[in-house]
Design a protein. Structure first.
Length: 367
């Protein structure tokens, strides 16, 4: 979300570049790689400005577990109510910055003998062209904020800036920093034709607030790779923290090519495999496509694959990641189902296709 809200995803299109966005907040830092307007890889780790919090006199008021581990490595006492010296605060910020850059390089950083990553490390990939920052600490990285808020934000930003040049990729300004989040939700209703959809059983509807996943399916080739379909779904579920199967999802399918038995069979098997954890919890299998093969997919899943779960396969929709959908009960007269699509709205300055000016060169080069 921060990658889109900060403008990093849009910048990857405008600059035809691979952009790494690092969202440094109070408790965690999120690292996202953006290519062609999409987040291709990401990770997160326990590095943030508020792992240690201070009162106006510099006394320690709160310490997070990761903060204690960093302090233990450095031999620093973080007892509540004690004064945190300037040297100790600087050492903590420096150690956090070191671990952050280790994660940015694809490593698996640790502190106090325990791992800091909350997700898998970044995979080896092609070179990063640009680096941008978002989140509260980004305001200090770019010099847009001077006030302190009783944490390590200023020092952490300084340590980050000191290491950027050695990291390699060029630092550029972000469209949004601390405000790199959604600002609201827009929703609209559309009718889906009953002639190309499949709902079984009818009692499975209505469904509300299903998160949309939009895997990068390779559907242009004549042969569809079942394993690749499953892998694409599982990768998105993991990235969006939905892999435990507790939440049903709607899979957006931008169908391409013919709808032969072989292609439908390979695709539907991949979908069922990719959603195995969700289906095992008894949730319905929900497909939402942009073409007119929803009915065929639903029939194939039920008749050919003998899937026991409820199946809802609708089409004529255009969905994207961060959308949520409500699918209403079938209308008795038309055989259509009403679909409400709720889309998150990002700041205008970060949106793809908006006017944009490159950051001043002094921002990119400032030490």
């Amino acid at each position: 979300m921060a990658a889109h809200g900060s403008g990093a995803a849009a910048r990857s299109i405008r600059d035809k570049s691979t952009v790494m966005n690092i969202d440094v907040g109070g408790g965690t830092s999120k690292i996202a790689i953006c290519v062609d307007g999409r987040v291709s890889d990401l990770t997160a780790l326990d590095v943030g400005a508020r792992l240690v919090c201070l009162d106006p006199a510099g006394r320690i008021t709160r310490v997070e577990e990761a903060g204690r581990r960093f302090a233990a490595e450095l031999g620093i006492d973080l007892a509540l109510g004690t004064q945190l010296s300037a040297d100790a605060a600087r050492a903590l910020a420096a150690r956090m910055a070191e671990r952050l850059f280790e994660a940015m390089a694809g490593g698996s950083p640790e502190a106090g003998g325990a791992g800091l990553l909350r997700l898998d490390p970044l995979p080896a990939r092609s070179a990063i062209d640009l680096v941008t920052f978002s989140g509260g600490v980004a305001e200090y990285v770019y010099g847009r904020e001077a006030q302190t808020y009783g944490d390590l934000g200023v020092l952490l930003a300084q340590e980050i800036r000191a290491r950027i040049e050695g990291f390699g990729p060029r630092l550029e300004g972000s469209s949004e920093g601390i405000r790199a989040t959604v600002i609201g939700a827009s929703q609209y209703t559309t009718q889906v034709s009953g002639s190309t959809i499949y709902v079984s059983p009818l009692e499975a509807l209505p469904l509300r607030n299903l998160p949309v996943i939009a895997p990068a399916f390779a559907l242009d080739a004549e042969d569809i790779d079942t394993a690749a379909v499953a892998s694409a779904i599982q990768a998105v579920l993991k990235r969006l923290d939905l892999a435990d199967g507790e939440t049903p999802v709607a899979v957006f399918v931008p169908w391409r090519g013919s709808a032969t038995f072989q292609r439908l069979d390979a695709f539907c098997e991949g979908v069922a495999d990719g959603l195995a954890a969700i289906l095992a919890e008894g949730h319905p299998l929900v497909l939402a496509g942009d073409g007119d093969v929803g009915g065929l997919m639903g029939i194939h899943l039920r008749e050919e694959m003998q899937l026991d779960n409820a199946i809802i396969s609708v089409d004529g929709l255009e969905l994207k990641e961060f959308d949520y959908v409500d699918i209403g009960a079938m209308l008795p007269n038309s055989g259509a189902v009403p679909v409400v699509i709720k889309s998150l709205i990002f700041p205008t300055s970060a949106a793809t296709g908006k006017d944009w000016q490159p950051a001043p060169r002094e921002v990119a080069g400032r030490a």
